[in-house]
Design a protein around this ligand. Structure first.
Ligand code: SF4
Length: 229
């Protein structure tokens, strides 16, 4: 295993945060049921993350080599122009919580368990970020993930997971034939140091997205990424 497994993540859900996230009426009849479900989840949850240091090698106009593996994305290639060291990662809510959420129940339980797993994933991701800052001294960074923009499609999960190694053995995350991750509440990508702000959302024209982190900039691709003839 070339990298660091972060498996000392303590999952203690913030009930007030979950109440807001899941639109449960404070003081309402559902609160006790939500608290019971959260206690159950905390008893089984084992969110984890894995990240490694990898070095950037040669590239072409729209490819870049990382740890000897070729990734195809013009945007990633340009973003890594001045970068020699990157941090591929995967984080997950964990197979235990995934199995727990598949136990029989009504629609409300299913919706709430989805939200609980998202919080567990966020805790694992935060812990991994702290590790990167503490151990590798990372300052300002940006992140790219396969599938977030058309330029770096979801099928590029394959080479990313090749860089990450046997993630199923390490932390129970695997790719389906269509390159989705299981457990479903998992995230993967590459963190890289940068002085320029970059969010995939800046290149994503999607109209309605609750996860948007930056406004769409319709000229950004031409300004920063378009290859000259
Ligand atoms: S706007 Fe939404 S869909 Fe588009 S890159 Fe950002 S988070 Fe993803």
């Amino acid at each position: 295993m070339r990298g660091t497994l972060i498996d000392d993540v303590v999952f203690e859900a913030d009930i007030a945060q979950l109440v807001r996230k899941l639109h449960v009426r404070p003081g309402g009849a559902h609160i006790a049921e939500l608290e019971r479900l959260v206690a159950e989840a905390e008893g089984v949850a084992h969110p984890t993350a894995f990240c490694r240091v990898a070095f950037v090698g040669a590239g072409s106009v729209d490819t870049v080599e990382i740890a000897g593996v070729t990734l195809t994305s013009r945007v990633l290639r340009v973003n890594l122009d001045q970068v020699f060291r990157v941090f591929p990662y995967v984080a997950t809510c964990g197979t235990e919580l995934e199995d727990w959420s598949n136990s029989p129940g009504d629609l409300l339980r299913s919706y709430w368990s989805d939200g609980i797993r998202e919080v567990a994933l966020a805790v694992a991701t935060r812990k991994m970020r702290e590790h990167m800052v503490e151990v590798h001294g990372l300052g300002r960074t940006a992140t790219m993930a396969p599938g977030s923009i058309g330029d770096w499609p979801l099928r590029q999960q394959r080479p990313l997971f090749e860089i990450l190694g046997d993630t199923e053995a390490t932390l129970g995350v695997r790719l389906t034939d269509s390159c989705l991750m299981l457990p479903t509440k998992s995230v993967s990508g590459i963190v890289f140091p940068t002085e320029k702000r970059f969010e995939s959302c800046q290149l994503c024209p999607r109209d309605v997205c609750p996860g948007r982190r930056a406004p769409y900039d319709r000229d950004l691709y031409d300004r920063r990424y378009r290859a000259s003839d």
